[in-house]
Design a protein around this ligand. Sequence first.
Ligand SMILES: C[S@@+](CC[C@H](N)C(=O)[O-])C[C@H]1O[C@@H](n2cnc3c(N)ncnc32)[C@H](O)[C@@H]1O
Length: 228
Amino acid sequence: MKNRPDAILRTAQAGYLERLLPSREPLLVEMESFAAREGIPISDPEVGRMLRMLVRAVGANRVLEVGSAIGYGAIWMARGGENVRVTCLERDAERRRLARGYLERAGVLERVEILAGEALEVMRGLVPPFDLVYLDADKREYRRLLDFSLQLLRVGGVVIIDNLLWKGQVADPPDDLEDEDDEAETLRTFNGYFSMHPQLDSLIVPLGDGLGLAVKTRPLVTDMGGPY
Ligand SMILES: C[S@@+](CC[C@H](N)C(=O)[O-])C[C@H]1O[C@@H](n2cnc3c(N)ncnc32)[C@H](O)[C@@H]1O
């Protein structure tokens, strides 16, 4: 048990953990450089590793990624097992094109489908159950994306959500609130919802930009019917 709230993750600890991270395959390193150069947001490598670990731990066969950009997270998750199939949702056509190229070079394209459009629309056409859902899209839509994901996820399945601590601003707002991104306030509200969700056993860990992890513990029974 830590003896004070900031006892673990300070600059030295964060740097140490980063240095300890095993090196990645050349294609992933190339994607990291490309994304940094082009200003395309992709998952942190430690988050990629966590995604792959959880896919393996859950024995996931069907994975849904909401917000896929150039396919970096999808490659990590597809590497979690030979039978893993990943459904990627991405609204940006150029990023989908780039993702296809990288996924092909990674040798996993035949196990990954990339669907175009707004996630909330596309999700309506998906057939449950999924074993694992990774949410990494527009933060303003997280609540609705989570609600919808829970209808697609099996009980015992895992939800992973990126950026919940948003550049550190969620827990530690800048002195001048004008400098705070809109996402920080949105995520503060969302994090309460996520942490107290009655269908989830959830936790936010200080990995990457703040990673939400949860297991769906029960179906939702509503007065509209269900269970979902
Ligand atoms: C942070 S990036 C995803 C990174 C990716 N998950 C990875 O592991 O590298 C977020 C992506 O979500 C896409 N996106 C955001 N909101 C979306 C939505 N409502 N529907 C579909 N795609 C969305 C953006 O175009 C962007 O490419």
